[in-house]
Design a protein around this ligand. Structure first.
Ligand SMILES: CC(C)(COP(=O)(O)OP(=O)(O)OC[C@H]1O[C@@H](n2cnc3c(N)ncnc32)[C@H](O)[C@@H]1OP(=O)(O)O)[C@@H](O)C(=O)NCCC(=O)NCCS
Length: 236
């Protein structure tokens, strides 16, 4: 027999499962979408985490990747800085003085989730026979950061550059991040950046040799591609 108390309990349970719970779930979804919209994070079907079945692939970019590359930089750098970085990338990809360049994307299940760019630079005085690249920029989709994707892009890029005969790679970036992938402060070895780096950020200007024995035996000032040769790109 169903008592009045049992009926009341069922009514409360039913109200909880059919009304309150869905409202809470809709509110959660709304707050995520609202946050992404406000921060200009592209609303993508993110993988969210790397599952054991997810396959990370790194490949060279093509012209048809431009929109996806834009989304990655907007996601990683946020609304304020993202636009500047997107313009830098588009400028460098069309800059003859940046070539040869190496532009790689990371993909999971054919979805682009990271991008790295290396462009040509030279060491002055120019009588030193070295092949130089600058790493800038690097970005991983915000939802997938901290899973080794940035590191994989760096290591694959360095491998390909070494195979093509590049000697030195420079970067202006997070001084606690790039040393994990072999970069060391460049100023201490006598390499000047294209624009002066304030002494408080000196460690952010870093170098890695792909051919052993160069660091310590050569020095000079790095000159970068025309599009990168603007002071606003040399503040860490
Ligand atoms: C910096 C960035 C490319 C790293 O890519 P990622 O895939 O998240 O990094 P990885 O998974 O390879 O490495 C993760 C490690 O890097 C560290 N790390 C990430 N961002 C860092 C930062 N800004 N400074 C210092 N360390 C950082 C993490 O703490 C983590 O360390 P742990 O393994 O000891 O926990 C990514 O966080 C990003 O796109 N950031 C925004 C854009 C940006 O700052 N680009 C670089 C400009 S120099």
């Amino acid at each position: 027999m169903i008592t009045a108390d049992m009926a009341k309990t069922w009514k409360i349970q039913s109200y909880f499962f059919h009304v309150l719970l869905p409202i809470r779930q809709y509110m959660e979804i709304f707050s995520i979408v609202y946050k992404q919209y406000m921060e200009n994070i592209p609303l993508i079907n993110t993988v969210g985490r790397l599952n054991k079945d997810d396959i990370l692939m790194i490949r060279r970019t093509t012209d048809s990747d431009r929109a996806a590359i834009r989304d990655i930089h907007m996601s990683a750098f946020g609304k304020a800085q993202g636009q500047e970085i997107v313009e830098l990338v588009n400028g460098l990809l069309g800059d003859e003085t940046a070539k040869p360049l190496l532009s790689l994307v990371a993909e999971i299940n054919e979805k682009i989730i990271g991008h790295i760019l290396f462009t040509r630079a030279i060491l002055q005085p120019g009588d030193q026979d070295v092949s130089v690249r600058i790493l800038a920029p690097l970005a991983v989709s915000r939802e997938l950061q901290g899973k080794g994707i940035g590191g994989s892009l760096i290591m694959e890029g360095l491998k390909q550059l070494a195979e093509s005969g590049v000697d030195l790679v420079f970067v202006l970036g997070h001084p606690s991040y790039y040393p994990m992938y072999g970069f060391r402060p460049a100023g201490a070895f006598g390499f000047e950046a294209p624009f002066p780096i304030p002494s408080a950020q000196a460690d952010a200007w870093m170098v890695q040799e792909l051919k052993p024995g160069l660091i310590g035996n050569i020095q000079g000032t790095i000159r970068c591609a025309e599009v990168l040769d603007e002071p606003q790109h040399w503040r860490e």
